[in-house]
Design a protein around this ligand. Structure first.
Ligand SMILES: Nc1ncnc2c1ncn2[C@@H]1O[C@H](COP(=O)(O)OP(=O)(O)O)[C@@H](O)[C@H]1O
Ligand SMILES: [Mg+2]
Length: 289
């Protein structure tokens, strides 16, 4: 990523006073991820361990789309991206719309894991779903209620976040501030978003091979109805993603499914979690199921 243009009002945030969960919100293309990276650099000066939660399962930066990733910074001077522990949860779709429960539950699990691993600040870079009519208000309010962030930082061009920020400004639990959208933001159209996802998926499937799984006696969520090219997650016993896989064949009689996956071994795979998209193993183009 090119260098970050820092608007003057970003610099007057009191970074030394920020701890716990810091929620970064904003509409699509407001520079949330770039701001979150800037904040990460600042908070590294004040904390020994900082967690970065890439919570955008559409335009993901630290993992494949359909997932959310918590990355931990290992040393105070570490550069981007964080090289420490990583934990990932599966949402199963490229948008939180219609998938709010795995979004909220996943965020909670990742924040909890980050705290257990010693992060004293966790920056949560969220999706651009903020519009009240699409459930953005309900989603962000649920996240605030559950995660009790120390501060919510909103990047807004107009008043699109006011429905979220006004009540928070009166709250004694969570502080709310808004900051400018940088003039350097480059908007991404639908084609650019799709291309970004394909690139992230391609990276995640590097080194993949064929693997057959006997699904009888294994946890399959929500059930063993595998579709051609359906995207699935192979999860450990705590519900964290070991790797993604694409369904390339099934044999109902033998109760087996053939997968294209970078996961090398079934050891540690507790659950096969079906997603709501298909993924072409050649082009890495995703489509709704
Ligand atoms: N402050 C900034 N300085 C330089 N480039 C920026 C800045 N903010 C955003 N951009 C660029 O604009 C694009 C979209 O920004 P991003 O942070 O990914 O937005 P969002 O997370 O809200 O979708 C990226 O290519 C990013 O590099
Ligand atoms: Mg982003």
């Amino acid at each position: 990523m090119a260098s970050i243009e820092v608007p003057p009002d970003w610099e007057n945030l009191t970074f030394s006073a920020m701890a716990g969960v810091i929620l970064v919100i904003g509409a699509p293309d407001t520079g949330k991820t770039t701001f979150a990276r800037y904040l990460y650099g600042q908070l590294m000066e004040h904390h020994q361990q900082v967690g970065f939660l890439d919570g955008d399962m559409g335009q993901a930066t630290l993992g494949p789309p359909t997932t959310m990733t918590l990355a931990m910074a290992r040393t105070p001077s570490e550069s981007w991206p964080p090289q420490g522990h990583r934990f990932r949860t599966f949402v199963g779709n490229i948008s939180p719309r219609g998938h709010m429960l795995p979004t909220v539950v996943g965020a909670h699990k990742l924040v909890q894991r980050g705290s257990e691993k010693g992060a004293t600040a966790i920056i949560y870079d969220t999706t651009g779903l903020v519009a009240a009519e699409h459930g953005g208000g309900a989603l962000k309010r649920a996240l605030v209620d559950l995660l009790q962030p120390d501060v919510v930082i909103g990047l807004q061009r107009g008043s699109e976040l006011e429905h979220l920020l006004v009540p928070l400004r009166c709250s004694r639990c969570t502080r709310a501030v808004d900051r400018s959208v940088s003039g350097a933001v480059q908007r991404r159209d639908v084609a650019a978003r799709r291309a970004h996802r394909a690139e992230q998926f391609r990276h995640a499937f590097e080194g993949s091979r064929r693997m057959e799984i006997d699904w009888s006696g294994r946890a399959v969520i929500p059930g063993p109805s595998f579709a051609h090219h359906q995207l699935v997650a192979l999860e450990d016993a705590r519900g964290f993603v070991l790797g993604l896989a694409i369904v390339t064949g099934r044999d109902s009689g033998r109760q087996t499914v053939e997968l294209h996956t970078p996961v090398a071994s079934l050891d540690g795979v507790d659950t096969v979690h079906l997603g709501d998209v298909t993924l072409d193993p050649e082009t890495f183009r995703d489509e709704p199921l």
